[in-house]
Design a protein around this ligand. Structure first.
Ligand SMILES: NC(=O)C1=CN([C@@H]2O[C@H](COP(=O)(O)OP(=O)(O)OC[C@H]3O[C@@H](n4cnc5c(N)ncnc54)[C@H](O)[C@@H]3O)[C@@H](O)[C@H]2O)C=CC1
Ligand SMILES: O=C(O)CCC(=O)C(=O)O
Ligand SMILES: [Mg+2]
Length: 387
């Protein structure tokens, strides 16, 4: 059954089926399947993608723009070397126009629906005129309502704080990124921030369930309901209501501007929390958190929906370094680790993840963004050597 194949659907079933007592038992016994906070529990991630008769899972692969093909190559090389049971199905999401409306090609939609799981390189969006963001289009097309963005210090790579461990869950389908804009009169443009109870509820429920599953038992809603009283006010009131269904998870809320100040001043108090927030806030805060651990070359993410999920780095196409072999593939690699964990392929995830962290900790073959001299493929080879 399609709906059984992802974190969110599992979460909802657990909410409806489990009484408070059962939930308490589960919280006490929550199995953290890995030490670095990139995924959920064994229980949550028990629904894999589609396994073929050869024992391999086919995963849709969007290599993306700019540095996308370079970092995707690293993932492919490392997965091959690690004998990960993944077959890649390359797809193009170049925009197509039907009846004046932008969409992505049917073949890409069918591939992702068939495989349930995709890995995506960055897709560039033109500023101002031009096509609508394909990243947003994918999230809306597959209703990938929760964007999970963990950010954890890399052992051996020195930054002002060596103990960053944030988990941010971003509403992924509406809010400031609804794309509803129009000219009211010349010189006056209106952009609508759409917040619905339904979308807020599903991402908030996901966040509480995630918190419970990974044993990170504090959820904090980040908002600006002082100013956007109705839209963020609705998000916040839904959060307060949903929190009642999770008696073992503490809930509080924080204003966005204050959260930014506090996180950059001292991220430690956020190490035990799951932050959940509307779309734009999550976009900005996740780049900000990446800055705390060494930059965008290091932070992964998962776009989670009821039927399909797409894993991608937090960063974009990095046009300033594209085509030069300078990109750090770690962010996409860690996204592929989240993907393996989501699919229940924990041993392969652990093995590849350990090789990545070993390579980074050694510090001898790292890319320029981390102060090293290695090319993208040299770093990938070093990871392979550490498998
Ligand atoms: N999810 C996605 O596919 C995203 C796509 N974008 C798109 O990417 C394009 C470029 O956006 P920017 O604002 O320049 O953001 P960006 O994230 O592409 O780059 C920002 C800075 O980080 C560096 N950087 C990013 N990834 C890196 C990596 N793996 N290794 C080393 N350095 C890395 C870049 O060189 C640049 O200096 C835009 O068209 C934007 O729309 C932006 C963010 C996310
Ligand atoms: O779609 C885009 O161009 C940017 C999206 C983005 O910044 C993100 O998802 O973090
Ligand atoms: Mg972004």
């Amino acid at each position: 059954m399609l709906a059984g194949r992802c974190l969110a659907a599992t979460a909802r079933r657990q909410v409806t089926r489990q009484g408070a007592a059962q939930r308490a038992v589960r919280v006490a016994g929550a199995v953290q399947v890995q030490s670095r906070g990139y995924a959920a529990t064994k229980e949550v991630a028990k629904f894999p993608g589609k396994k073929g008769s050869d024992g391999k899972y086919t995963v849709s692969l969007i290599e993306g723009d700019g540095i996308g093909p370079e970092i995707a190559q690293s993932v492919k090389d490392i997965f091959t070397a690690a004998a990960a049971p993944i077959k890649w199905e390359s797809i193009s999401v170049d925009p197509v126009f039907k009846d004046g409306k932008q969409s992505i090609p049917d073949a890409a939609i069918e591939s992702i629906r068939r495989n349930y799981v995709a890995l995506k390189g960055p897709l560039a969006t033109p500023i101002g005129k031009g096509h609508v963001s394909l990243n947003l289009t994918l999230r809306r097309t597959f209703n990938l309502f929760a964007n999970v963005r963990p950010c954890k210090s890399i052992q051996g790579y020195k930054t002002p704080y060596d103990n960053v461990d944030t988990v941010l869950i971003r509403e992924n389908t509406e809010g400031e990124y609804s794309g509803i804009e129009h000219v009211v009169v010349d010189g006056v443009v209106q952009s609508i921030k759409l917040i619905t109870r339904e979308a807020s509820e599903r991402v908030l429920r996901f966040a509480f369930q995630y918190a419970q599953d990974v044993g990170r038992l504090k959820v904090r809603a980040v908002h600006k309901a002082t100013i956007m009283k109705m839209s963020d006010g609705l998000f916040l009131s839904v959060a307060q209501r949903i929190s009642k269904d999770y008696p073992h998870v503490d809930f509080d809320a924080e204003l966005l501007d204050n959260a930014c100040l506090k996180i950059v001043s001292d991220p430690t108090p956020y190490n035990d929390k799951v932050l959940v927030m509307p779309n734009l806030y999550g976009d900005i805060l996740s780049d900000m958190c990446a800055g705390l651990i060494g930059g965008l070359g290091l932070t992964p993410s998962g776009n989670i929906g009821d039927e399909c999920s797409i894993f991608e780095a937090v960063h974009g196409s990095a046009p300033d370094i594209a085509g030069q072999g300078l990109a750090n593939p770690t962010a996409l690699l860690l996204s592929s680790i989240m993907m393996l964990q989501h699919m229940g392929l924990f041993e392969h995830a652990e093995r590849i993840q350990a090789a990545i962290f070993k390579t980074l900790a050694e510090g001898t073959t790292i890319t320029g963004d981390l102060g090293g001299k290695a090319k993208t493929h040299e770093y990938a080879q070093a990871v392979i050597g550490n498998l």
